[in-house]
Design a protein around this ligand. Structure first.
Ligand SMILES: CC(C)(COP(=O)(O)OP(=O)(O)OC[C@H]1O[C@@H](n2cnc3c(N)ncnc32)[C@H](O)[C@@H]1OP(=O)(O)O)[C@@H](O)C(=O)NCCC(=O)NCCS
Length: 260
């Protein structure tokens, strides 16, 4: 599967899954302009970051989510309204008669991924880091089967394997919307490198078998995964911002579309 530029017209079929990807590092003038579509709450949150680059990335990510969702809902980015589930999973607040979509966002460094579907979905991206704590975190939070699989990797390969387990587990808890109320050791994901749809194993909750998981290739140094339900007919990987985003394309955003 390869990343493609978004088509002019986006159609999300009943059994389709779209993943959008954008770069969060934009020149400050662009950030200031994108900030205009954020809600007062979002602007306040942007102002609370201690580091200005984190604040800028937050603004770019939020405007990206708004532009993409606005494209599916056929409304302006600034008009998209959000609600939150009991454990904080964001969803859309829509007007009666409007068709909604499910979505989930993840960001790591300058990468943001946004999954869109008609079914619940969870996505996670993480940079692969060397961390002496990996082994102890794995022992604490991975299921016994995952711990066995993790230790089968050569030492040099463990940071990537760890991150692969981590993103897949995180994508699952994000998909369910139940967050960390699901014990992380209670379900098992595979760390196989192939980007195949794989069923999740959960001994405690048989419902986990409804979920499928798939790795997403976002390039060297990162791992990403998506968890979704049902049989997917069309799985699109889209890079950049929507073609006809309510905020007109400018030079910077054009170059962002061409970065990957
Ligand atoms: C917040 C959490 C959902 C993900 O955090 P994260 O990996 O640091 O961040 P990501 O970039 O992947 O996702 C953040 C986005 O997820 C969305 N989100 C927030 N709460 C969510 C929830 N309960 N369910 C699904 N999505 C959620 C938001 O859009 C958020 O974006 P924002 O930060 O701009 O508001 C949560 O799962 C968490 O804190 N997990 C702790 C980490 C952990 O123990 N992981 C276990 C892996 S073994």
């Amino acid at each position: 599967m390869t990343w493609i530029l978004p088509p002019k017209k986006i159609v999300l079929g009943k059994d389709d899954l779209h993943v959008w990807r954008t770069d969060l590092d934009e020149p400050i003038e662009t950030v200031r302009r994108l900030e205009r579509v954020l809600s007062p709450d979002e602007r306040q949150r942007a102002g609370r970051f201690l580091c200005s680059s984190d604040s800028c990335r937050f603004v770019v990510a939020r405007s990206f989510v708004r532009e993409v969702l606005g494209t599916y809902l056929n409304v302006a980015a600034g008009e998209v309204q959000f609600a939150a589930g009991p454990h904080g999973k964001p969803s859309l607040r829509i007007k009666p008669g409007m068709e909604s979509v499910e979505f989930n966002l993840s960001h790591s460094d300058s990468i943001a991924l946004l999954a869109i579907s008609h079914q619940p979905v969870g996505i996670d991206v993480e940079r692969v880091r060397q961390d002496p704590e990996h082994d102890s975190i794995a022992q604490q939070f991975f299921s016994p089967a995952e711990v066995c699989e993790y230790y089968r990797y050569q030492k040099a390969d463990r940071p990537r394997a760890f991150t692969r387990f981590w993103t897949r587990k995180e994508a699952y808890i994000k998909a369910t919307g139940q967050g960390l109320t699901i014990p992380l050791r209670s379900f098992t994901v595979s760390s196989t490198p192939q980007n195949l749809s794989l069923p999740l194993v959960n001994r405690a909750l048989c419902s986990a078998s409804m979920w499928k998981m798939c790795g997403i290739d976002v390039g060297p140094g990162f791992e990403a995964a998506i968890v979704y339900q049902g049989e997917i007919k069309q799985f699109l990987l889209l890079r950049g911002r929507p073609y006809a985003a309510p905020v007109a394309l400018d030079k910077e955003r054009k170059s962002n579309r061409e970065k990957f």
